[in-house]
Design a protein around this ligand. Structure first.
Ligand SMILES: [Zn+2]
Ligand SMILES: [Zn+2]
Ligand SMILES: [Zn+2]
Ligand SMILES: [Zn+2]
Ligand SMILES: [Zn+2]
Ligand SMILES: [Zn+2]
Ligand SMILES: [Zn+2]
Length: 1749
């Protein structure tokens, strides 16, 4: 409160001395007058600069001039002290935190009363629900934390923060009682404050203030104020402002952002006239771009100032409220007081009523004030609710015509009150709230009523109707908790509300009638969405009304009566009363003359369906026995009840029969939703129930006649067929199928409580079983296919484990549920919620399964549950005359082979009905004595149907059908039915009960006599299946040949074969030399032979093979070069964005950025590749409009085989096999020791230097090198050979690739002559090897033999390329580079700017030096290169030198930490280490003196150097192709080290190197250590990299996703200070949290605006980066400015599914395998590839502006 610091003067003061400011008020008797005077004096001054407010100063002033006074007056002592006291004791039990848009809220599915009960992040984290089945959601703003509301939670209503006594010490009383005086003061002050607040808020006079505030001369100071609305876009407003005010874009943007946020803003100040002009201008300009003008007002400056202060006063009060319950109560009391004798509503109602007129900023503050006062006090919340309901109608009407979001409307508060069970009851009982809501609906909807008083939403406004849904939603809220206790009053009020609700349904019953279009197609599809949307909204409300009614038998009967009357009223009022008479099989039906195909029909029948719902509840509760008391049987008119739902079902059938083709798509959509899970419970399902009601109450024959009549199928079942028209016959067949299906449902579908005795769980289980009979499904897919109740629950979790088994997902895909075997028997092929496709899929699946299990393929219905008494008559439909007639007619037609008159589906349905009849009779017979069972299906079916001569009964017909070829597939089913007939017959005859018992159900054991025929059948079936399989195979082959991206499939094959091949290849390669048992040493005189292999490669483009040869045409490998920070030790280091001035010869030891070369391993002829590339170029030029995913300008293309993104090719250069004669080598060893070698090298270098320029290098070089007499040419004396001659085509490719590495690695324009080209070649070679070494280590794989094929061939090509590249550059240039490299090791070379040994990466030096060394053999006259023996020594000595430098480097930097363990053997190495340390100590003049034991030094050195040795082994292996020792093919640390040393000709005690070369090395060591940079490091002035370098990993993510959300909620944008929600994004490389997709954090780079992520990626990942969008739970991969893709986040819910967008909101946990996969994607440099692949498949992302991410 005292945040302005202005109360500071009072510190330590005493209330007698200091209440000066408080006294100031006291001088005036009347607080009100004093207060207003004070305001009128100060407010206009404080808020005078509206255009450019200095917010902080305003705050300070308002605190000092106004609030300090108020606070002192209120507390009569130092407000800070007093508030502190209140704070400690006054923590409320209610949290009441108000949510902002975008904030995450939590609900508990186990404990919340309804899903609207939510917790804020803090409360949730401290609550018991953290471990329950919670849901996460993103708030749209305006909600309120329900922590502490005991009515909202079944358990755990309080978090530990809000638990009484938990937070503050042990105070029993959670509320601090204010003292009398303070209460008196508050009571005195609050009324004036509130009155002022309300008065100013609702003040409508723009030019004048209320007289009491007008104390000074009125100035001509006005503002032109622009208001926010939802009709104008950002751009519209900016445009209008720019035009009207002539302001800059920036200013206009500023205004617009402020308007959007605050709701209003002064855009111009000045005289009244000028503001008025501006207003007109803005209106005019905005009208030009949009339909309506912007809302602009001209306000007097003082009015503006007071209104602003009024809101500030609001937030002051808001804060005060949080301190004490007494304050809240006083405040609420005053707000609720009505002025005596005045008509005006109380203050709070005034504010509510004014809400829609207020701007956004004002509304927010007032709503928060309501939250912090009324909603924190239960008693006052109730009183507020009463006021709210009192003005409900006008408020909703205002809201509907308002254009602001619901979240900032006062009407949105309804959910806070209506969902509280006690409040809801109170409001229903005392305030008629149900009636009020429904009446409101009736009052806002009339504009949609047609002349028949039915709704018709043609031409509706979606936006406006969307607002009406809010009212419907309120109805849901008020009904969401069913009352447990019913009072008479509640009953009466509820029934009143129900009646009122029926009036709405009456307007819907039969609305939007349609009529079949004949001849012409309809011109425009009518609007159908609105009506369907309302149906969806109403679904759960209708169900809730029915549930409420069912709480109480009397109520239910009353409600049924009301509803019945309404239905009958609707049914009799319309259409013809004309009757027709129909006769069939001796039964006569008289019915209304009506045809669905001709007369109007409607799909909307909510009244009928509610009635059906109430009827089954009557059945369930048993109240049905008293139904006669309420509805007389003559009033019942069951035919009328059935009529409309039946018409609707017939409509569906006719649509299926394509009779309504000309009515367009809208009808198809309506029919779809009618049966869809979102609507079916209150549409389709209820219509079926209504037919069941009809079937149970009507004479069965008449019922069926009515059905035949309505389906217009009477003639189809008379003897003669009326037509020969094929189309009509087809139509008729579909209609018959549809009708049979409905009949199956009427008698077979009993899974409704009330229809039979089933529980909700059983129903859900059955739904799930049938879904899983189609295929195994993911949790979310099942959930989506089940209806949700009002709490958004499907009941899925309760039962799923009873019927299904969960199968976990792999690293991709999702977990699925598979049906348990024992549930398969529940499968009903004609399950009424199956769509046509689901039906056939399920049938197919189940038949396949049975075939696999070697069982018959009959799929009879499972025995249905018994009908409840109210519905028991339904089964009579099965054995009535008309049914028999129908069944027999169809079978007869099948037997007589009248092919066009029947279909297989039709016959299947007849079988199903027969099965149902037989099952029913069997069940009855098993339960009761034979003579009591009157259901005589068997008897009827085995009776002759007509007197005709050739008449057959059904059993006979079935026997005949067995030989009908078209019914081959149904044979098993026919057999099953015949057996059932037999079973029932035996039961009837009571002959052999024992046999009958075993021959039950679907699992029939077959008699011996049938066995042989069945075997034959089986064999035949097998043969057919085999033929079908072959046929399928053929088709598949043809199809895949045609498949457009058949390469994709091809690629998979390729990769699979490759992996195995690759391994073989490696093994083979390593094992051949083993036979010769040659040396496995790569360096020095004992060097082993190269693996010589004839390389024959196949070009993926022309498929021709070619051997790789020096002089041949070049073969190339597709490759991708990219900058990489994968190895950086210094993440976030600012990288040079362009390498124009960069010197890449030395790699910084922090490895902050390198150039990585990767390859997909696919080989092409250089010529073929060039042709291919040109072809793409041409292609893209022809289709300019198509955006390319790859950048041709920069050489990008997709690998023609695997579609990986590539940007260059590596030439494949054959290895120059070298072999050493060991005798010669040994001989050379005698003379060529390191010292001698160095001498020769120095001589050569100085020789060049003297030759080239007149530098006085020699003298300095010779210094310290002892005897120096070598001659310039002596280097040649140990053996030379002519240089390799490459073909032109290879040379060309060498240049091409080298230039790409240079261009991409440095981000510069290509320049073939740049001296840095060779440096980049060495650099990418070294860097790529380091990356691979790192990856192998990370994956725990051995150094050799485990590389993927693509890595292997890429590396081979890269190293050989690097060897050959030298020949395409001027040798003098290479020499220059070499000298600079050597200068690091040989300080005597004295080259300027040579870095110290601590400032370079030694492996890069090694690679550069080895590759450039042959240039020393070059001379103007001859082109020579070292012989094998010379090379062997060169490599050996270079390597040893670099290694010693590296050991020194490690010693200096990485041995500082004291050892943890003590006991270590005193080994030889330790001894050597100690003495070496002493030397180093000496050379650094004591700067290096580590008091660490020798063994520890050795340990550090060994650990530190291993990565380097591993890289070196890889490098020399790929360069020289000498086989490595066996143990490098294994993973074992100790073995590995030995093997490495042996392969690289090193002693395992590395310090021996120094001993061996001491004479030569000690002067070098001395100079290395004396380098100023080294000394300054040792003195602690610089820091340096430690070895081994750390391996980079993606950042650690929390296990629980809500922790991340928690982090995100604390995130504040570093650039802007408002509390608007941002899009926090987490960099997975470095853990930085960024403010994405927001203008505040954009950066300007090279004249382009980059979003925070894109900008961050430039430095963090050299353009390639991986982010986690926290609120959306999605990973984003980006590359550069233009490319990116989304990737599923590595978080899974317990069902193994990801939740992008947090749509489902289930708890999510980190999946380590998936996160690991992301890690590898990064370390393998495959992010770019992944992006390209994803962009290829999801073309949608082209539109996305990745740059601004
Ligand atoms: Zn909370
Ligand atoms: Zn809490
Ligand atoms: Zn819970
Ligand atoms: Zn080719
Ligand atoms: Zn490829
Ligand atoms: Zn980062
Ligand atoms: Zn920002």
């Amino acid at each position: 409160m005292g945040d302005g610091g202005a109360g500071a003067g009072a510190k330590g003061g005493d209330s007698v001395q200091l209440p000066e400011r408080a006294m100031w008020w006291d001088e005036r008797v009347d607080f009100q007058t004093a207060f207003l005077q004070q305001l009128s004096k100060n407010v206009p001054n404080i808020y005078s600069a509206e255009m450019d407010p200095m917010v902080e100063m305003q705050e300070e002033m308002v605190q000092m001039k106004i609030f300090d006074h108020l606070e002192w007056y209120l507390f009569r002592e130092d407000p800070e002290v007093c508030l502190e006291k209140l704070q400690q004791s006054g923590i409320s039990q209610l949290c009441g935190k108000v949510f902002k848009g975008g904030e995450t809220t939590y609900s508990c599915r186990d404990c919340a009363i309804d899903p609207t009960c939510v917790l804020c992040m803090d409360c949730f984290q401290n609550s018991i629900h953290k471990n329950h089945r919670y849901k996460m959601h993103t708030s749209t703003g305006g909600g309120f934390c329900d922590c502490g509301d005991i009515e909202a939670w079944k358990a755990g209503p309080l978090c530990t923060n809000h638990e009484p006594g938990a937070a503050s010490t042990t105070k029993e009383k959670s509320e601090c009682q204010l003292n009398e005086e303070l209460i008196a003061q508050a009571k005195k002050m609050f009324p004036s404050l509130i009155k002022y607040l309300v008065d100013m808020t609702v003040w409508e006079e723009h030019k004048e203030l209320p007289p009491v505030l007008m104390t000074r001369e009125k100035t001509d100071h006005y503002y032109c104020v622009l208001f926010n609305d939802e009709h104008h876009s950002y751009d519209h407003v900016i445009y209008s402002l720019q035009r009207a005010l002539g302001c800059e874009l920036g200013e206009a943007q500023l205004h617009t952002t402020a308007i959007d946020k605050e709701g209003r803003r002064a855009v111009k100040e000045g005289s009244y006239v000028s503001c008025q002009e501006a207003k007109e201008d803005i209106k005019r300009h905005s009208e030009n771009v949009s339909q309506r003008p912007l809302h602009v007002e001209v306000l007097h400056a003082d009015v503006m100032a007071h209104q602003k202060f009024a809101l500030r006063l609001g937030s002051w009060l808001n804060k005060l409220m949080s301190y004490s319950s007494d304050f809240r109560q006083i405040f609420c009391q005053i707000c609720l007081e009505e002025e005596a004798g005045s008509e005006k509503p109380c203050f709070i109602s005034m504010l509510m009523l004014w809400d829609a007129k207020l701007h956004k900023g004002a509304r927010k503050i007032l709503h928060e004030l309501i939250f912090s006062s009324f909603f924190m006090e239960m008693e006052y919340k109730k009183l507020f609710a009463v006021e709210f309901v009192k003005y409900y109608k006008p408020l909703q009407k205002e809201y509907i015509s308002d254009d602001h979001d619901r979240s900032i409307s006062v009407t949105a508060l309804s959910v806070q009150m209506f969902t509280v069970p006690t409040l809801a009851r109170h409001l229903i009982e005392e305030q008629h709230v149900i009636t009020i809501i429904t009446e409101t609906l009736l009052e806002v909807l009339p504009e949609y009523l047609d002349k028949n008083d039915k709704f018709n939403f043609q031409g509706y406004s979606q936006e406006k109707l969307g607002r009406v849904y809010a009212v419907i939603c309120d109805l849901k809220y008020i009904l969401i908790s069913k009352p447990i206790l019913w009072t008479d009053r509640l009953r009466v009020r509820f029934l009143e509300g129900f009646q009122s609700f029926l009036r709405i349904l009456t307007c819907m019953q039969g609305m939007e009638e349609i009529q079949r279009q004949i001849g012409q197609h309809i011109e425009v599809d009518p609007d159908w969405e609105a009506a369907i949307a309302i149906q969806m909204q109403l679904k759960n409300i209708l169900l809730m009304f029915q549930e409420w009614c069912a709480c109480d038998k009397n109520l239910l009967l009353e409600a049924y009566k009301e509803c019945h009357t309404a239905v009958i009223r609707c049914s009799t009022s319309s259409h013809s009363r004309e009757k027709t008479v129909l006769q069939l099989c001796g039964h006569t039906l008289e019915s209304i003359r009506y045809r669905v195909s001709v007369d109007p029909v409607s799909i909307h029948l909510p009244l009928s369906r509610t009635l059906a719902g109430l009827y089954v509840r009557l059945g369930k509760t048993g109240a049905i026995s008293r139904l006669q008391e309420f509805v007389h049987s003559e009033q019942f008119q069951v035919e009328l009840l059935v009529e409309y739902p039946l018409r609707c079902l017939v409509l569906v059938a006719q649509v299926a029969a394509e009779m309504w083709r000309r009515n367009g798509l809208s009808l198809i959509s309506q029919v779809f939703y009618y049966q869809d899970v979102k609507c079916r419970e209150e549409m389709y399902d209820k219509d079926i129930i209504m037919l069941q009601i009809g079937a149970s109450l009507m004479d069965p024959d008449l019922f069926l006649l009515l059905i035949l009549q309505r389906y217009e199928l009477v003639n189809a079942f008379k003897k003669m067929m009326p037509t020969k028209d094929q189309d009509l016959i087809k139509q008729c067949n579909i209609l018959i199928e549809e009708m049979l299906q409905v009949l199956i449902y009427v008698v077979g579908e009993r899974y409704v409580p009330g229809v039979s005795n089933v529980t909700k769980e059983e129903i859900t289980m059955r739904e799930i079983i049938h879904l899983l009979c189609i295929e195994p499904m993911a949790h979310s897919a099942i959930a989506k296919s089940l209806p949700e109740n009002e709490n958004n629950e499907t009941g899925l979790e309760k039962v799923i484990n009873k019927v299904a088994v969960f199968k976990k997902p792999g690293v991709s895909g999702h977990g699925v549920y598979e049906l348990k075997d024992e549930c398969m028997k529940e499968f009903n092929m004609f399950f009424y919620h199956y769509t046509k496709t689901q039906h056939s899929k399920a049938e197919h699946m189940q038949k396949k399964r049975r075939k696999q299990e070697n069982r018959d393929e009959a799929l009879p219905p499972p025995p249905p549950p018994e009908f409840s008494p109210a519905f028991s008559n339904v089964v009579k439909v099965l054995n009535c005359d008309i049914m028999m007639h129908i069944l027999r007619t169809i079978l007869q037609r099948a037997v007589q082979l009248e092919t066009h008159l029947w279909t297989e589906a039709m016959v299947q349905m007849v079988f199903h009905l027969l099965s149902l009849g037989l099952l029913e009779e069997k069940q009855l017979l098993e339960k009761a004595p034979e003579e009591e069972v009157t259901f005589d299906f068997y008897h009827k079916a085995s009776r002759m149907g007509s007197s005709a001569l050739n008449a057959l009964n059904i059993v006979m017909l079935l026997e005949k059908l067995k030989s009908v070829p078209q019914l081959e597939a149904q044979k098993d089913m026919i057999n099953w039915i015949l057996q059932m007939f037999d079973t029932v017959k035996r039961l009837r005859e009571k002959s052999s009960l024992a046999t009958a018992a075993t021959t039950s159900g679907s699992e029939t054991t077959k008699g011996d006599e049938t066995q042989s025929t069945q075997d034959k059948e089986k064999a035949e079936r097998k043969r057919k299946a085999e033929a079908a399989r072959l046929h399928r195979q053929k088709i598949m082959a043809q199809m895949s040949a045609l498949q457009r991206n058949f390469i994709e499939t091809h690629k998979l094959l390729y990769e699979n074969t490759q992996e195995t091949q690759g391994r073989e290849e490696v093994m083979e390669e390593e094992s051949t030399p083993l036979a010769i048992d040659s040396s496995r040493i790569a360096l020095g005189p004992k060097r082993g032979p190269s693996i010589t292999e004839k390389e024959v490669l196949t070009c993926i483009l022309c498929q021709e093979e070619q051997e790789v040869r020096l002089e041949g045409a070049a073969m190339v490998l597709s490759a991708c070069v990219q900058k990489s920070t994968a190895l950086t030790q210094h993440r976030g280091k600012t990288l040079e964005l362009s390498g124009d001035t960069l010197d890449p010869l030395f790699m910084d030891p922090d490895m902050s950025c390198g150039a990585h070369t990767g390859s997909c391993g696919h080989v092409m002829h250089a010529a073929c590749w060039q042709k291919y590339f040109e072809a793409i170029q041409l292609n893209s030029r022809q289709r300019l409009h198509v955006e390319q995913i790859f950048d041709l300008e920069n050489g990008e293309y997709l690998c023609p085989l695997c579609k990986s993104l590539c940007n260059t090719v590596i030439p494949i250069v054959p290895l120059q096999a070298q072999k050493i004669n060991s005798e010669d080598a040994e001989a050379v060893a005698q003379i060529l020791c390191l010292a001698r070698w160095l001498e020769i090298v120095m001589a050569r270098i100085s020789g060049y230097n003297t030759k080239g320029e007149k530098q006085n290098v020699p003298s300095s070089v010779s210094k310290g090198m002892g005897d120096f007499t070598s001659e310039f040419h002596s280097i040649l004396s140990f053996g030379v050979q002519p240089s390799a001659k490459y073909s032109n085509s290879i040379k060309e490719m060498l240049v091409l690739f080298a230039t790409t590495v240079y261009r991409v690695g440095l981000k510069v324009a290509p320049n073939e002559a740049d001296p840095r080209i060779p440096m980049m070649t060495w650099s990418t070679c070294a860097f790529t090897i380091q990356c691979i070494e790192n990856l192998l280590e990370n994956e725990g794989k051995p150094l050799f033999g485990s590389l993927q094929n693509r890595q292997h061939s890429g590396l081979k090509a890269l190293v050989q390329f690097a060897v050959a590249q030298r020949t395409t550059s001027p040798q003098s240039l290479i020499q220059k580079h070499l000298v600079r490299l050597l200068a690091v090791l040989l300080p005597n070379l004295k080259v300027e700017d040579t870095p110290s040994i601590l400032d370079v990466d030694m492996f890069h030096i090694l690679v550069g030096a080895v590759l450039s060394f042959p240039s020393l053999y070059w001379d103007d006259t001859v082109d020579l290169q070292p012989s094998s023996i010379s090379s062997a020594y060169n490599h050996l000595y270079l390597f040893h030198l670099v290694t010693m430098a590296h050991i020194t480097q490690i010693l200096l930097t990485s041995t500082t930490e004291s050892p943890i363990a003590q006991a270590q053997d005193y080994s030889e190495e330790a001894h050597a280490a100690e003495s070496f340390c002493r030397e180093v100590c000496q050379y650094t003049s004591g700067c290096f003196s580590r008091d660490v034991p020798g063994w520890h030094v050795w340990d550090c050195v060994k650990k530190g150097i291993t990565p380097y040795l591993r890289c070196a082994a890889l490098f020399f292996h790929y360069m020289l192709r000498v086989s490595p020792p066996e143990s490098l093919l294994l993973v074992s640390e100790e073995e590995e080290f030995k093997a490495l040393c042996s392969y690289l000709s090193l002693p395992t005690n590395l310090f021996l190197l120094f001993e061996e070369y001491w004479g030569t090395v000690s002067p070098l060591l001395q100079r290395w250590c004396a380098d100023p940079a080294v000394l300054s490091f040792l003195k602690g002035k610089n820091i340096s990299i430690r070895y081994p370098r750390k391996r980079n990993n993606l950042i650690q993510l929390p296990e629980d996703y809500s922790c991340l959300l928690n982090q995100a909620s604390q995130f504040r944008c570093p650039r802007s200070f408002d509390d608007e929600q941002k899009h926090p994004v987490l960099c997975l490389f470095c853990g930085a949290m960024l403010c994405s997709q927001n203008t505040c954090c954009q950066e300007l780079v090279d004249g382009e605006e980059l979003g925070a992520c894109t900008y961050h990626a430039l430095h963090c990942g050299a353009g390639v980066c991986m982010f986690l969008k926290i609120r959306e739970c999605k990973v984003v991969l980006i590359e550069g400015k233009t490319r990116g893709c989304l990737y599923p986040a590595p978080y899974l819910d317990e069902y193994g599914e990801t939740d992008p967008g947090l749509k489902r909101g289930n708890p999510l946990h980190l999946c380590h395998e998936r996160y690991r996969k992301l890690h590898l994607l990064w370390q393998q440099h495959c992010i770019v590839e992944e992006i390209a692949r994803s962009q290829e498949t999801n073309q949608i992302f082209f539109g996305f502006n990745w740059q601004l991410l």
